[in-house]
Design a protein around this ligand. Structure first.
Ligand code: ADP
Length: 256
């Protein structure tokens, strides 16, 4: 529900103050909603033409046999920037929708082992890297299958981006008390302590210069956190520069 200051038995000046305050609150929340709507509309409007641009660029690249190296490189850069921007727009749409509660989360009991193996297999297919799933038992959780899949893929994607190609990536599943625990572990560059609490913020990136070449816009972890929390879970990171990172997700288990 909406926040509101209720002061039924206060003197009239205080009541008036409360009224003004409540009016400000409701204007603020309207303004927020308008901003979300705006971001969502702009993202949507830009995505369609960009998808067309990218499609044409790719078809030109495929069909042209007489391009010189410079021309080919220019077209390839244009294509990958268009793709990167399409990705950004999709992320902005996801966030705006999650903020306004428009994404419907279908929460159901799931066996995480299958889901983790699917995510790992998908990531392996696109990357030539091997990802290990470790679990001693089947681990159940209540979650939205598609959104959790998206969360795992985002985390695995980061693990791959911020580590060397032959560094191992491990997905661990475990049940601890009445919670399901998922860990995504890498042995990559790691994250210094002062950045660890900030990487979940929108558009926050640790090293803009290096990060730029790795493709993202700093929205991936913001989406991950929003999705996990909407499913009633929590996410945290433990990391040491040079040694690697562990992202831990905790989810509720089915009530029996
Ligand atoms: P992006 O990867 O697009 O920059 P994210 O929101 O996914 O955005 O991550 C934010 C920042 O957190 C990254 O720019 C990177 O600096 C840091 N980061 C995320 N995952 C890892 C990881 N597994 N290892 C090291 N740094 C990471």
């Amino acid at each position: 529900g909406e926040a509101k200051l209720l002061l039924r038995h206060a003197p009239s000046e205080v009541k008036q103050l409360a009224q003004t305050f409540n009016m400000m609150l409701s204007r603020l929340s309207e303004a927020w909603e308008q901003q979300r709507q705006f971001v969502s509309n702009v993202s949507h409007e830009l995505r369609t033409p960009l998808t067309i641009v990218s499609g044409y660029l790719q078809s030109v690249l495929r069909r042209s046999t007489n391009l010189n190296d410079n021309q080919r490189e220019a077209l390839e850069t244009a294509t990958s920037e268009a793709e990167r921007t399409i990705h950004l727009l999709q992320d902005l749409l996801d966030l705006a929708r999650a903020d306004s509660g428009y994404i419907h989360f279908h929460l159901e009991p799931l066996i995480l082992n299958d889901l983790a193996i699917e995510a790992a297999t998908m990531a392996e297919k696109f990357s030539n890297r091997s990802i290990t799933v470790k679990a001693t038992d089947n681990v159940e959780a209540v979650a939205d299958r598609d959104r959790l899949q998206q969360v795992l893929i985002n985390l695995i994607d980061n693990a791959m981006k911020y580590s060397d190609p032959d560094d191992s990536i491990i997905l661990e599943l475990e049940r601890i008390d009445r919670q399901a625990v998922i860990r995504v572990c890498d042995r990559g560059v790691g994250i210094a302590l002062q950045h660890q609490s900030r990487i979940f913020e929108r558009f926050y990136r640790v090293d803009e210069s290096r990060a730029r070449s790795t493709g993202g816009h700093g929205l991936g972890l913001a989406i991950v956190k929003t999705f996990v929390e909407t499913m009633g879970g929590e996410i945290a990171v433990r990391s040491k520069p040079g040694a690697g990172s562990v992202f831990t997700i905790v989810l509720p288990i089915p009530q029996k």
